[in-house]
Design a protein around this ligand. Sequence first.
Ligand SMILES: Nc1ncnc2c1ncn2[C@@H]1O[C@H](COP(=O)(O)O)[C@@H](O)[C@H]1O
Length: 195
Amino acid sequence: MPKHIRSVAVFCGVRAGTDPVHLAAARQLGAGIAEAEMMLVYGGGGLGLMGAVAEGAIAKGGRVHGVIPEFLTRVERPFPSLAELEVTTSMHTRKTRMFELADAFITLSGGLGTLDETVEIITWRQLGLHDKPVIILDIGGWAQPFLALIEALIAQGFVPESNRRLYAVAPDVPAALRMLQAAPAPETAAPAERL
Ligand SMILES: Nc1ncnc2c1ncn2[C@@H]1O[C@H](COP(=O)(O)O)[C@@H](O)[C@H]1O
């Protein structure tokens, strides 16, 4: 594992979805991150895919750092026995902290919150605010409508074709972990080059 990828933020659903393939992938991803000796950064919740990814990492003895806004501690129920749980004052601070803590980002299946986090991290890369790898896991075809929307925006001239390089798509968890291992060191580029 290259030294620069020491931590990975995972964006995923607070719900488990209807297909058990998503829960299995979440546990597998948490375990794989721990086995690769990377720190898992995530939203801190104990429910749905969020809970499963933390559970998978903890079961393998991995380091897990949760970041949750105070108002959500009653809704998303922080994962019990989480050694590192950071409680923020707002959603914005949570996002900023997850961004600061992570060397790379993986989107697993989820709902609107997951989509928001994914679009934001891609657009921050588009703006040249970072050059960290962003990997979208397409478990059970979850990502296909999202990817199709981006392709439609490219076809309509709203998104440059070159923006496809802002993210990678992985068909399964082992492929996502391999992509992290192959990721080049993040570079800082002028914002104009990113648009
Ligand atoms: N607007 C949001 N920005 C950041 N994170 C959000 C937002 N809305 C919800 N979230 C969080 O995302 C995860 C997953 O939510 P899903 O809707 O289940 O994908 C959860 O922690 C939300 O609090």
